[in-house]
Design a protein around this ligand. Structure first.
Ligand code: MG
Length: 241
């Protein structure tokens, strides 16, 4: 493992780490995907039997695709109400997520390690609506390591590729810190995470703990691709480099 030089005390963070949630930090389990179906059914009043690929997509995008698959006329009309319902469905789901879901390898050590290291500022960049992201990471107590107020969420933009600038703007406004795109790492588990990093000129670490394995992710050509994040010292050195 390469030795890394500790910055002098009081130096501002030099790396912004933007974490995807599902498949990267944790798996929320069936309750999270079932909440989509229930929310759509509750609002459009008919059963939804279709499933769509959710990996790397924003919540508004998933809802739009579910409505299209279900053949609901004028789907845009329902999206806002369904997203509100989705939030209600997940509001009390923390205990079930904690019981049936899991935190992915290395995360329980990596998040506090980065939090304690002054070189890093870390938050979320996720397709989840902000309140739903908070429920998921909060279910496992991961929220204490993340500066959630400066994150970027599916509630900010339905197109994930627009989310890095949202986080950068919040970090500048709320924490007085400006990061060049090359000092930003997007960590995710799908091609959509990579596309979002590329759109902003940020670096991207892909991890094979979601739907795709490391071997499947490798050809995408991210800046780094790992099977999981269990080599905590190695990941810290990579992000600091
Ligand atoms: Mg993901």
């Amino acid at each position: 493992m390469p030795e890394t030089v500790r910055p002098t005390a009081g130096a501002p963070p030099s790396r912004l780490v933007l974490w995807d949630v599902d498949g990267t930090l944790l798996r929320a389990g069936e309750v999270a995907s079932a909440a989509f179906t229930r929310a759509v059914e509750a609002i459009v009043g008919r059963p939804v039997r279709h499933r769509v690929r959710m990996s790397g997509k924003t919540d508004p995008q998933i809802v739009g695709e579910l409505l299209a698959e279900a053949g609901v006329p004028d789907p845009k009309r329902h999206v806002t109400a369904i997203l509100a319902r989705l939030q209600v469905e997940l509001r009390g789901a923390g205990p079930v997520i904690a019981a049936r879901g899991e935190v992915l390898p290395g995360i329980r050590e990596l998040l506090p390690t980065l939090h304690a290291d002054p070189r890093f500022l870390q938050t979320l960049l996720t397709g989840n609506l902000a309140p739903n992201a908070r429920v998921k990471v909060g279910a496992f107590g991961l929220d204490r390591w993340l500066d959630l107020e400066v994150g970027a969420y599916g509630s900010d933009d339905a197109d994930r590729r627009n989310l890095v600038p949202v986080a950068l703007e919040r970090v500048a406004r709320r924490r007085g810190r400006r990061f060049e795109p090359g000092a930003v790492w997007v960590i995710g588990d799908s091609d959509n995470d990579l596309a979002c990093a590329r759109a902003a000129g940020a670096r991207c670490l892909l991890v094979g703990t979601g739907r795709a394995t490391r071997e499947e992710l490798l050809p995408l050509g991210a800046d780094a691709t790992l099977a999981d994040l269990s080599d905590v010292a190695g990941v810290v050195a990579l992000l600091a480099g």
